[in-house]
Design a protein around this ligand. Sequence first.
Ligand code: FE2
Length: 497
Amino acid sequence: MKKNLLKVISVILCLAVVMTGSAFMAFADGTAPDEAPFRISVTMNGDASTQRGFCWYTKANVDNAVKIYDELGAAVAATVTYEEVIEWDGNYCHQAVVSGLEAGKTYFYTIGNDKVESPVGTFKTDDGNDSFNFIAIADVQASSDENFAAAAKVVEAAQATMPDYEFIVNLGDFTNDSTNEEWDFYDKNFKAINASTTLVPISGNHDGLGVEHWFNNMFCLDTSESVQVKDGVNYSFDYGNAHIAVLNTNDILAMSNAQLKWLKNDMNGTDKDWKIVFMHKSPYSLGKDAKWPDALYLQKSLAKVLDKCDVDIVMSGHDHMYLRTKALENNKLSDDGTVYVLAGTAGTKRYEVRSFLADHYLDTDFIAAMTVQKNGYANYWNGSDWTQTKQTNVGGAFNCVSVNGGTLTVTAYVLADEPDANGNDVITVIDTYTITKETGKNEITFTGDNTTSELEYNLGIVPSFLRLAAYALGEWLPKFLFMLPDLLDVVINEGTF
Ligand SMILES: [Fe+2]
């Protein structure tokens, strides 16, 4: 208790010192709005105990610096390695890696120059203990200020529900069309959230797909082992007693052979107790996008790798509903298998469920829990049968994850779109589950170089496409033709597919 009180006092002191030190978006000599940093993010980048990546934008091409403070407001002599400032779609993108931090510490920071400085942000470094919490959200995918505001409220509800979280995972599709206007709306509504923690961003198919280096220019990530950086980034890091791999499902439709090889080596190169994967597209889903071969093929290609590496849980997005599978191995039920969680959308774009897909692309026995977030009639799998239920819009979803030794617990919630009669948030649990395991069992079986050369990647493009084409023609298409009547029924009755 005493320790907590001291911590609160020191944080208040720090904020007071830093903010009175001219740091609160001050314009010292008139104005310098074009030099003011915006779209500021702090991301995992390499060693989570000692390093962070910083990315920010300015309207003008100016120099500005990252300043790090400790809990007492004293400047910290961390090493800041600046990347080249690049002009990006009319703005200037700045990136820096801050290293030499201490494990298990809360830090504060500002970004600016002698004319203007950002508001104070904060983040905490990993203390290496086998107990930590994080928040996971997916598919904000908004276009308007109003819809970004609604999604930010969902994340604020997550922060209030689990105040001792250490980072926020965004499972992709930050915006709808990745325009400057949308990113400015995102920044306006998420800046306080992003200033409060470390982000773990995952590249989604709406995140500038096809615009070279886009994702890499919005977040400062460790790209040293990414198999490509054109359409997203794959990277990994350790946190506590977990090894976390972030995949890029924009990579050759869903997953190149090169990325599968990287994942296998990456997961075999750790002896951490927990092996966690974050990615955007979901192999197991019943949302309206669950009929396409790119994500479905992950049931085969990715699952094989995950099984061999004993990955415990995969969290993903893309299909704007919530669905958790039972533990699966090699596409079959297995107590020692991997749990796949489609995390639900935190945004306002919510999908219908296509229950008929379950007859073809997802064994209903695999479903442990599901929630449809959209208005209207929804089909639910109750464990033995499908039922049609009148469903009101349940709200935006968020996931609170706690790792504690050999126990990993996830609780998924929705925040109702409207408050109750007293103006209070209505937060409802939609799923909760626990995975347990014996710790200290994993062994390192890969110690080599896990980078992919450009030549190696390019040589693998054709086999990656052929592999997907063989699946699409040989397995996916016959099933698709079989379910065509169901799909036509939806098109006729609902006017969508
Ligand atoms: Fe998506």
